[in-house]
Design a protein around this ligand. Sequence first.
Ligand code: FAQ
Length: 311
Amino acid sequence: EPADKFEAFQARIDADGRIEPQDWMPEAYRKTLIRQISQHAHSEVVGMLPEGNWVTRAPSLKRKAILLAKIQDEGGHGLYLYSAAETLGVTRAELIEQLLTGRAKYSSIFNYPTLNWADVGVIGWLVDGAAIMNQIPLCRCSYGPYARAMIRICKEESFHQRQGYELLLTMMRGTQAQRDMVQDAVNRWWWKCLAMFGPPDSASVHSEQSMRWGIKRISNDELRQKFVDATVPQAEVLGVTLPDPKLKWNPERGHYDFGEIDWDEFWQTVNGNGPCNKERLGTRIKAHRDGAWVREAALAHAAKRRARAHK
Ligand code: FAQ
């Protein structure tokens, strides 16, 4: 690749400028972005499924309306992100094909089951909370279309996080059985949320290059620490215990210390062997197949309109 172009590209990034689709970029930068943005899009789309499990069983009309709105937002985030990826010269059909054939990753977190209604609240509070922590720095990502998509997505994620926390506060003011459901959900999701930030920095293969390219601004471990520090006081207000005996304020570091994540379990899940991987992919494959007639009809309609316009 031409050295002068590469230098100009890196200089633009070092000066906190943005790279736009029409600009020259190294092939590896383009590939990294397609990988990350498409994984992110797939996560939004697969992420609709654990919550979708509760739409028909939401405890009130209000809760159902909120949940539906949140899930629809996630579908929308998937669409903006696929569009951002398409500006890098890949088609949405190719990306979806990679997801459905198991070649593309999506966030590990969506391979766990939602067993009780409090899971919906905990997904909002902790899963969206972790997602926001990771996504706020992406609003400053060097690639313009991704950074701009993230601004709107983060605003919506913030509503998602608040609805989850409010749902849990309501349950905690209810009966003992409801409080137990919240604690049970927190126990099952806490460690999985910490793993969402990705492997430790020492084992993160892409971090160094992605930081140099201004794609990642804050490392996996730093974001994980910020998330723990922000969440502990929220758990206190809520009145739940976070399931980690090693969780303790460290005045010297000015941060909470916390225990070891089970990385074997994380990699098992990332590599397709988590509790719900097969179910999630199976559901997406069926939805895609069932929706084939809609795609065909939309294409036929567009072709007819084009033909009419050219008459
Ligand atoms: N799950 O070298 P690194 C949401 C993979 S939020 C699965 O550190 P990188 C909202 C990684 O891809 C969730 N795989 O990688 C919502 C790589 O594999 P590869 C989505 C993971 O890219 C909430 C390998 O490990 N958010 O959907 C995970 O520099 C509620 C090595 O790792 C995003 O995608 C994981 N947790 O850093 C929706 C944010 N972690 O590609 C519904 C954008 C790592 O070489 C309900 N993505 N891997 O085969 C990112 O910020 C980054 O990609 C990281 C990983 C930080 C996730």
